[in-house]
Write a protein that binds this ligand. Structure first.
Ligand code: ZN
Length: 179
């Protein structure tokens, strides 16, 4: 197991569209486990492969409350979601391990169905995902398309966070140049 460095806003890897996974190799199984460990260590409730520098369609999620609930880890290869019938748009304050200290309201459907391949390559389908789990599925899948939650915030929140975002991007880019 290993804790992987998390890429921060301004890193171009976060803006690339990720490739579908055609074969779940032992290397990818290990990567998924390392991503879970990295997410628990952060701590966070979701992590997508671009956030550790890999443009592949893999996300990990665990929305159980640490110390209160048993862990519920999910490893999802090639995840796809759609809103359930009758899903309503809801507000929620989102954050992201790649955007430290930024929390803004994002509107997303409250109930979704997700399809993915598990660590054994078995197709899975989970209906009626709600609450934080539904939120996480959508947020992490966005990462695979190069989208970040700050793309979906209100104009007022954008203005409010503009200087923080610019500073973060600048710092990341100067760190990348030094590598
Ligand atoms: Zn994120």
């Amino acid at each position: 197991m290993a804790i992987l460095p998390i890429r921060i806003y301004g890193d171009p890897v976060l803006r690339k569209k990720s490739e579908p996974i055609t074969e779940i190799t032992p290397e990818l199984r290990q990567l998924a486990k390392d991503m879970l460990e990295t997410m628990y260590d952060a701590p966070g409730c979701g992590l997508a492969a671009p956030q550790i520098g890999r443009n592949i369609r893999l996300v990990v999620i665990d929305t159980a409350i640490p110390g209160e609930e048993d862990p519920r880890p999910y490893i999802m290869f090639n995840p796809e979601w759609e809103p359930e019938q009758g899903a309503k748009p809801v507000d929620y304050d989102e954050g992201c391990l790649s955007l430290p200290e930024i929390f803004c309201n994002v509107v997303r459907p409250d109930k979704v169905c997700v399809r993915f391949f598990d660590i054994n390559g078995e197709p899975q389908e989970i209906h009626d995902c709600e609450g934080l789990f539904a939120r996480c599925i959508q947020h992490e899948t966005d990462h695979l398309n190069g989208d970040l939650f700050v793309d979906k915030i209100s104009q007022a929140d954008r203005t409010l966070n503009q200087s923080k975002l610019r500073k973060m991007a600048k710092e990341t880019q100067s760190k990348l140049k030094k590598r």
